[in-house]
Design a protein around this ligand. Structure first.
Ligand code: ATP
Ligand code: MG
Length: 414
């Protein structure tokens, strides 16, 4: 349990306020998991909270909250929220809430949260859990249950649909579908509303979905609920057996890296998610364009810019993706000084990892044929070559280059 969170709870309590741990941290602690962060809810206003903590800062977005910092840890302190007197006044025609910033009581705060398992409160006043919505039962039966009517709550904030998928995947819970008001049906009916969510927020949510260490489970759930296609409309190509296996393996590798506490970058994630479409389009462009290099750059920019319309991928990540994709065409060309130049490329490591992934997946498909016209065997030997080349001494590198077969001659077409 976080020392910082306890300090905040006791300081607020001693000053005469109500204060509770709430949300993911209570849920995860009850499940025996390590919470990612600790959130506190209180009846003190942001100014009153700030007055109690030297290390507190008011962060103002739609709703003011206080960040209390302890070294590297930040405890988020939020004042109880309540419902609007007239919610329709602050909603779009579709029912999406534009403002959500009225203070309320503990009970009101509970009812406006998304899922019952996220609306459990823990207090150090008597070390008890407060549960207005039935969250404890749902934790026991491993159920993601919406507070209130799913369809209405999804319309208020369509991101809750992605959150339902995320928690189901992360916790290995099932999404409630036993009542008349089924979350599953509501997902089907409302998923198109994600279009109305800002593209910056969608980028954040996609990262939360795929970079939490359980991306494979998220992917399977999205496929099962027919939502993957809607989240990434460009991804027709990803439906093929080959490419769904490619995405699955890419996500598996990402999950593994996160487990091993190795760094992962959004650029690699998106390079994987978009690759089915990028490679497919590259092959199409090659029907009337000779240079694979130009074709992949064209296809890569096209796809990334289309995606960017509804999921903003920050520029630095987009540029890294372009480099990684272009390296798939550069890595085979090793003659002269080219292998050394490629090795020095600032994205070499990511491009090489991407090649390994492509090769790994192609081994499961005998008749694979990549954008360079390579099958699984050529990809495997190319990957091995680069693995060895990196490990070799200077002399060894020279020898490897000498032993390279001459430039492959294109077969003459009759
Ligand atoms: P994680 O482990 O991913 O942090 P979390 O449940 O803590 O999961 P947060 O995004 O940190 O999720 O949000 C904290 C709490 O705020 C949630 O548990 C939930 O009670 C509430 N909440 C967050 N986003 C929403 C939303 N879109 N609609 C309603 N309640 C929300
Ligand atoms: Mg949280």
């Amino acid at each position: 349990m976080s020392k910082g969170a306890l300090k905040v709870l006791y300081t607020l309590k001693d000053a005469g306020y109500e204060a509770y741990l709430v949300g993911g941290c209570v849920r995860d602690l009850l499940l025996g998991l390590h919470p990612k962060d600790f959130d506190v809810a209180t009846n003190a206003t942001p100014e009153q909270v700030k007055a109690l903590f030297k290390n507190g800062r008011i962060i103002g977005r739609r709703f003011q909250i206080v960040h209390v910092r302890f070294g590297r840890e930040i405890i988020e302190v939020t004042t109880f929220r309540g419902p609007h007197e007239d919610a329709t006044e602050h909603a779009t025609d579709e029912g999406m809430l534009l403002r959500d910033n009225v203070y309320g009581t503990l009970e009101q705060d509970a009812w406006r949260r998304d899922f019952t398992i996220n609306a459990l409160y823990y207090t150090v006043k008597d070390f008890s859990i407060v549960d207005y919505t039935g969250g404890i039962n749902d934790l026991k039966s491993r159920t993601i249950r919406m507070i209130g009517e799913p369809s209405v709550r999804f319309k208020e904030d369509p991101v809750r649909m992605l959150r339902a998928i995320r928690f189901a995947a992360k916790l290995n819970f099932h999404i409630q579908h036993d009542d008349e008001v089924s979350i599953k049906n509501a997902l089907d009916e409302n998923f198109h509303l994600l279009d109305a969510v800002s593209s910056a927020r969608l980028f954040d949510e996609v990262l939360k979905l795929f970079m939490g260490g359980y991306a494979t489970a998220v992917y399977e759930l999205l496929l099962k609920e027919n939502m993957y296609q809607q989240l990434f409309p460009f991804s027709k190509a990803a439906q093929s057996e080959f490419y769904s296996e490619f995405v699955r393996q890419g996500l598996k590798n990402t999950d593994l890296r996160i487990q091993q506490e190795k760094p992962v970058t959004p650029a690699f994630l998106f390079a994987v998610l978009l690759w089915p479409e990028v490679e497919t389009r590259t092959k199409q462009i090659l029907q009337h364009e000779k240079s694979v290099f130009q074709a992949i750059n064209l296809a890569g920019h096209e796809v990334a810019e289309e995606v960017n319309q509804h999921i903003t991928i920050p520029k630095r990540f987009r540029y890294m993706m372009y480099d990684m994709w272009a390296l798939q065409v550069r890595l085979p060309n090793r003659g002269g000084k080219r292998a050394y130049k490629t090795l020095d490329h600032k994205r070499f490591r990511a491009g090489y990892d991407f090649l390994l992934l492509r090769s790994q997946v192609s081994q499961k498909f005998e008749n694979s044929n990549d954008l360079n016209g390579f099958n699984n065997e050529v990809l495997a030997s190319l990957s091995t070559w680069w693995t060895n080349f990196q490990a070799e001494s200077d002399a060894g590198k020279k020898l490897m280059l000498k032993e390279l077969p001459g430039k492959p001659k294109h077969k003459k077409r009759k």
